[in-house]
Design a protein around this ligand. Sequence first.
Ligand SMILES: [Zn+2]
Length: 729
Amino acid sequence: MPRLRLLVIATSIAMAACSQSSNDNQSTPAPTASAPAASASTAQANPFFAASTLPFQAPPFDKIHEGDYQPAIEEGMRQHLAEIEKIADNPESPTFDNTFIPMEKSGALLDRAMLAFDTVTGANTSDALQKVQETEAPRLAAHRDAIYLNDKLFQRVEAIYNQRDTLKLDPESLRLVEVTYKDFVHNGAKLSADDKARLKDLNKEESTLSTQFTNKLLAATKAGALTVDDAAKLKGLPEGDLAAAAQAAKDRKLDGKWTLPLQNTTQQPALKDLDDRATREALFKASWDRAEHGGDNDTRATIERIAQIRAEQAKLLGYPTFAAWKLEDQMAKTPERAIDFMQNLVPAATARAGKEAADIQQVIDQQHGGFKLAAWDWQRYAEQVRKAKYDLDENQIKPYFELDNVLQNGVFYAANQLYGLTFKERHDIPVWQPDVRVFEVFDKDGTSMALFYCDYFKRDNKGGGAWMSNLVEQSTLLGTKPVVFNVANFTKPAPGQPALLSFDDVITMFHEFGHALHGMFADTKYPSLSGANTARDFVEFPSQFNEHWATNPKVFAHYAINYKTHEPMPQALVDKIKQARHFNSGYDMTELVAAALLDMGWHTLPADAPKKDADKFEMDVLTKDKINLSYVPPRYRSSYFQHIWGNGYAAGYYAYLWTQMLADDGFEWFKENGGMTRANGDRFRKMVLSRGNTEDLAEMYKAWRGKEPSVEPMLIDRGLKDAPEGNEK
Ligand SMILES: [Zn+2]
């Protein structure tokens, strides 16, 4: 299809990871993109208007000015639409070659501009760029509609789809026809004019309500902050947090008081420290009820209506429920499959949470607390259990995880051992900010195969978390090789100091590089099926899988070296890190599964279901799914579940858990077949990492794994179940 995926954006979401080495600053004399915004460039001077002449067609960030993006995007849309109309208006009868091939080739300028634009607005934005973003977002959405709802174009797509079995297409081309056709249908191309109008109305109402939900929740979360007038009530808070609470009160013109602002999750960080049980309860309830106080900020009526609208949209498009519609092109395929999978997690997760609760109750009793564990007590006493069981001092660990060492001797080393890749830093490729580093990636036979950029340090103008994306997508049709990047938010050290990572940072670095491998190994003809352009419940599989190599003994020993003494990490410390990773796993899994089941509960309602009362419905779902533990509430309550009502994760929150299953089950295959060997790496690359979305993802997985994914390895790896004898990891 025309690379509409660009307009959908966002490939991967993860934690926060990668940082940079102390000597990068000196060693990166590359030109920067943060040149002053030039006055609107002329078409001739706009560097996007011709393909880049740099190696791998890397964007010429040294020549791109902030003022170049908007004209390139605008002209890109105009050209793209003209190309699409030419295809749609072709008087010849539709063939694969006169329809799909030009569609895949269309939109080159828009692609170049948007890939670079998304990169800089994510990692290095400015007021001017944000303004362009706001102006262009609705235009890009309309551009997308203009293609999906182009009736003549769809008629050609459908005609080819209907003859697909007689056209002798190769498997990848056949897949392209099927994926593209379904995308059009999913977006309403098959509806009658009346139904199209109805769908547009529903889309509009949904998007209005969704924005309303986001705004209400923002206000509710702000208003929900807990304010106390006596510092004694906050006993236990570290000094810095107490000062921050005083400042937060001041900012609200509540001088002399203390305010604890709410975080977006049910549990609140301060609950870990607060000694006073009544304050803990008050803070927890402030969080739990934040959007349920009646009045303007109450979100319940909004979400009840959104759920109805979505069921109606699904019905219009011929699906029994919204989840059935949204999951059809996912690996899980049906809501039943996703729900079954989660229900299989419930007994182990809740049993483990029950054990953790018993440990906590014991601490409470030992301290003569005289009360029964409640949700607002969990964090505080769990922290005490953690300290007693496996106290880990971050400062003791960090000297073993110097960034450049982790990158080259950990992340790159694992990729070398598994896939034979080698890496060479390049200082001649322009970057968007001076901290960004560029590596050329060489294949096992020494051929140059990709560029890998990393932008690891936190900046005020960078979005939170960590992610991977492409600057150039691989395609043999277009003759392009992959240019991929990782972004993270590690603390930048003072000049001359080493960048030292936490172990979570190390894991994030491996995670994001797993996405990068998915992009770099891409070996497909069509760009829209290439690399990480896969379903949401698949895309986090290569990344979570790659995390496993961080704790592989051979890899770990190769990078966990003290930067001062050059000594390896002592075994006792290694063991502590391993054990601590399973701390609180019952709670963590239970709150996630509960939230994911709530998501599915709301999105498996049929269109004719009566409007639901949000609180009652939520309780019914949790009870029915046997996951209503009073001391482990869902990670998000329905009334503040931004992912599903505001952020496009509707009927998709399960994907985080699903891909964990794939990652752990996939790693099990390596364990069963000799572990970290080149042969195993090559097989995984050939059958999975290079294939993008060119095959049915469930079939692809099964062909590689030799069977359906099993949830057992996940239960063991995540500390929810003991490993069988002799199978210790
Ligand atoms: Zn990820």
